[in-house]
Design a protein around this ligand. Structure first.
Ligand SMILES: *Cc1c(COP(=O)(O)O)cnc(C)c1O
Length: 434
């Protein structure tokens, strides 16, 4: 059986990102300063983020945001990423559905995270900063930022969740190869880290503790800015490159998706692949397209979380974000899909969920690895544990097509490869997963 892949010519690569906020029926509520309870301003945000990222974060008026030439240049290292018709998977499922996936695993660091790391590092460089810092869980975002910082000649310091630092040493090595300084969080190098360790000396770390430490470093260090790999609206904005390319590619295939699926950590890849298609629903040119966020059963912020204001981090340093959340003190089980272990859902997606434009599906860890293994055997790519959730949701949709005897076109985002996650597959194959 032949494989079918669609690429864009360089001249057809998107020149702008898509900002969905101007098109939203109900705009997201503002983020609030935790002390004054007033809406945060660009000035507030730019104390820790780059000025341009801060402007993008609050931009509710410009539908199209130009991608700087230097960023487009770096995108050509791996973009367009292929849109693939998954014939092998379709056959294995014996489904009338047409299944397509957008393969973001071909980026130099192996995931979609680079799409936002490049512009974030670029803006810091252009604004005269010399350092960037961030947190990372499984290590995907840290790796992306480490590489992007090295491209633009600035230093990076990454706080990695202690458990991952110890369990996934090769992600740490990769960050170090790209020149990053990596610290296990919680650490004694920040006030936030010291406070956490004083209460619990054996704290294994979480994204929350690592965010608190990185934000503190950015606040205390001149010329150092904080960057974030998910949750914030400007990150999702950068990720719309995925959906904008996919829109042109699936048109080359003569199709349009009935269902668009992304796995869900903080929402950046889900928004990235969905929003360019959702814009046609919002402007009335398309009806009935469904958008499914695939989240882990063990961290079900969209299906079981509550909508309200919550902090983005454990220590309560970030602004209050209006979102579906399990609470900023929530400690998810240690599933292998580290990139999905986040308590909240991002303001834009949360509002869209509230208003019924998107839906969520809970996927168990066992189902996710069963799906990932089937995908590897039929399509030849070992998917990241996070991406396995999107694959499992796509398989559910394809099974429904088979049962109903209808043909639908399913598009999902393959966010990354799992070549750094083989220990997780080992456990699955040995029957040791819970
Ligand atoms: C970080 C990550 C995710 C989840 O993050 P989102 O912001 O929700 O997209 C998914 N897949 C991979 C491979 C990741 O690294």
């Amino acid at each position: 059986m032949k494989q079918k892949r669609y690429f864009l010519d360089e001249k057809d690569l998107p020149e702008q990102w898509y900002n969905i906020v101007p098109d939203m029926v109900v705009k997201p509520q503002p983020m609030l300063d935790p002390v004054t309870r007033k809406p945060v301003t660009v000035e507030d945000l730019s104390r820790i983020f780059s000025l341009e990222a801060s402007r993008q974060e609050l931009n509710a008026t410009d539908r199209w945001i130009p991608i700087p030439d230097k960023v487009r240049e770096m995108y050509t290292y791996y973009r367009s990423t292929p849109l693939v018709r998954a014939y092998g998977l379709e056959k294995a499922l014996d489904t009338p559905a047409h299944i397509y996936f957008k393969n973001e695993s071909v980026s130099p660091v192996g995931s979609h995270k680079l799409n936002s790391a490049i512009p974030q590092a670029y803006y810091c460089k252009m604004e005269g900063d010399t350092n960037v810092t961030t947190e990372t869980g499984a290590g995907q975002w840290g790796t992306a930022l480490a590489y992007a910082a090295s491209v633009f000649g600035i230093d990076s310091a990454v706080y990695q969740v202690k458990l991952s630092y110890e369990q996934k040493p090769y992600r740490r090595s990769m960050m170090q190869v790209f020149g990053s300084q990596v610290t296990a969080s919680p650490s004694m190098s920040t006030r936030a880290g010291k406070d956490i360790l004083t209460v619990n000396p054996h704290h294994q770390g979480s994204l929350g503790t690592a965010i608190s430490e990185a934000v503190e470093l950015a606040r205390m260090t001149p010329g150092c800015k904080y960057t974030l790999g998910s949750v914030m609206s400007h990150v999702t904005l950068h990720q719309t490159i995925i959906g904008l390319e996919a829109e042109k590619q699936i048109e080359m295939a003569g199709e349009y998706p009935d269902v668009v699926i992304g796995c869900f950590g903080g929402g950046s890849n889900f928004g990235g692949i969905s929003f360019p298609f959702l814009r046609h629903v919002l402007d009335g040119t398309r009806k009935g397209t469904r958008f499914v966020a695939a989240e882990p059963e063990s961290c079900p912020k969209m299906t079981k979380g509550e909508f309200g204001y919550d902090f983005g981090d454990e220590a309560g340093y970030t602004p209050l974000i209006p979102m579906f959340s399990l609470g900023h003190k929530f400690r998810p089980a240690h599933i292998h899909a580290g990139g999905l272990r986040y308590h909240g859902a991002g303001a834009i997606v949360s509002q869209l969920l509230k208003d019924g434009f998107v839906e969520a599906a809970d996927i168990s860890q066992m189902d996710s690895f069963a799906a990932g293994t089937l995908f590897a055997r039929t399509e030849g790519i070992v998917p990241a544990p996070e991406s396995c959730h999107a694959i499992a949701a796509a398989i559910r949709e394809a099974a429904a097509c088979r049962e109903e005897g209808v043909q639908r076109t399913i598009l999902f985002n393959l966010t990354g490869h799992g070549l750094m996650d083989m220990a997780a597959y080992d456990q699955y194959l040995a029957g040791n997963l819970v």
